[in-house]
Design a protein around this ligand. Structure first.
Ligand SMILES: [Zn+2]
Length: 93
């Protein structure tokens, strides 16, 4: 069940935090008003990493720098190294 982060559009109740988090099922619609003060709110990206940075994390360059070795299947039982240390190719045959 993901945690969604909301902020008040403009006005907020005096006891409301600027931002608040709500646990919601994926099937639940976004909140449009604050459950406390009833002012309009909108969802913002919280702890979810944008897809782009996730892809960067798994880039060959980053993997090599982090000390990992990455092999990509290049044929039948045959793997080619794309990042890190180790033999350039490994073959299962
Ligand atoms: Zn509020």
């Amino acid at each position: 069940m993901p945690l969604y982060k909301y902020v008040h559009d403009k006005e907020k109740g005096k006891d409301c935090p600027e931002e608040f988090e709500v646990l919601q099922y994926l099937s639940e619609p976004d909140l449009t008003v604050c459950p406390d003060c009833g002012q309009p709110v909108h969802r913002i990206l919280g702890n979810f990493a944008p897809v782009k940075s996730e892809r960067d994390m798994l880039s060959d360059k980053n993997i090599g720098e982090k000390g990992f070795t990455k092999y990509v299947k290049a044929g039948n039982g045959y793997y080619e190294k794309t990042a890190g240390d180790g033999p350039q190719v490994i073959s299962g045959n």
